[in-house]
Ligand binder design. Structure first.
Ligand code: AMP
Length: 277
């Protein structure tokens, strides 16, 4: 596996390389099987796969969150080598933000109003800024994102279309622990008891999926009341949305046209999850 820390060196290499298509998997590290599945998918579709590890400062609302973000470079490196990832791009903040560490302002045509956009102001401007920078550096043919971060996936699809970037965005289904908990780097911050409690999140989503006949408002109330009873869980939001626009719905549409998205605090750890309905 080749490792680049400077964009010029990476670009120089890619310019000389004849391997096409190029697949790109952006990550913030602390890699788990969810990330690995994205990389495996890229390896299936592409002749060269680039994974980046960069904890992007402009997408964090709270400095403490950025500081506490888990990192495990040595383990990440051996996981990437183990699956034969071709290139790891490991830039320093200066490489990505040479002058000001600030996010651009984008108009996402409403995709960022609710859910993460509401509770993490400016988060998606930060995400879009770093992804635009990466895509302009690497110019990949395919870029892989997880459905776990559904709103991010939809916003990046929109960004790429709107900026006329030539990469194709591929969404990959959520990888889960055996108990259903969506894999996340933040799960590393949970203790054993909290991990057990966290499986309730997926149970709630599954309940919604098998009870759509009850309707949106009844399901929302049911889940809210249920989670209120747990002392360890704090529901931030549960939202039923149209998949295309990410706007809240009052009634379910045709199968697979809606999603239920949830954000929950367990202690100080914030987890998100969703399923398509
Ligand atoms: P992160 O390192 O959290 O920024 O995630 C990097 C990429 O991995 C994003 O596209 C995420 O949506 C994706 N990802 C994170 N967790 C999972 C998961 N459990 N299943 C599938 N994709 C995931």
């Amino acid at each position: 596996m080749l490792i680049f820390t400077q964009k010029e060196k990476l670009q120089e290499y890619l310019k000389k390389s004849t391997f096409k298509p190029i697949g790109f998997v952006p990550t913030m590290g602390a890699l788990h099987q969810g990330h690995i599945n994205l990389i495996q998918e890229s390896k299936l579709r592409c002749r060269i796969t680039i994974c980046s590890i960069f904890v992007n400062p402009t997408q964090f609302n709270k400095k403490k969150d950025l500081k506490n973000y888990p990192s495990s470079y040595d383990e990440d490196m051996s996981k990437l080598k183990h699956i034969n990832c071709d290139i790891l791009y490991l830039p320093k903040v200066k490489d990505i933000y040479p002058s000001n560490i600030v996010a651009n302002k984008y108009d996402f045509e409403g995709l960022d109003i609710y859910m993460e956009g509401e509770f993490r102001p400016n988060h998606f401007n930060g995400v879009a800024t770093v992804i635009e920078i990466f895509l302009r550096i690497i110019n990949p043919d395919f870029t892989f994102f997880g459905e776990k971060d559904l709103q991010q996936l939809q916003i990046i699809k929109y960004l790429v279309k709107n900026l006329n970037l030539s990469t194709k965005i591929i969404g990959i289904p959520t990888t889960r622990e055996e108990n259903g908990l969506a894999m996340s780097s933040r799960n590393n911050l949970l203790n054993i008891e909290e991990k057990k409690i966290a499986k309730e999140i997926y149970k709630c989503l599954l309940y919604c999926k098998s009870n759509t006949r009850k309707g949106v408002s009844e399901l929302k109330k049911y889940i809210t009341d249920k989670l209120k009873k747990s002392k360890k869980l704090r529901l931030e939001y549960i939202e039923f949305v149209e998949l295309k626009t990410l706007k809240p719905i009052k009634k379910f549409g045709s199968p697979k046209s809606n999603a239920v998205c949830i954000a929950v605090y367990i202690g100080k750890v914030r987890l998100i999850d969703n399923i398509i309905l």
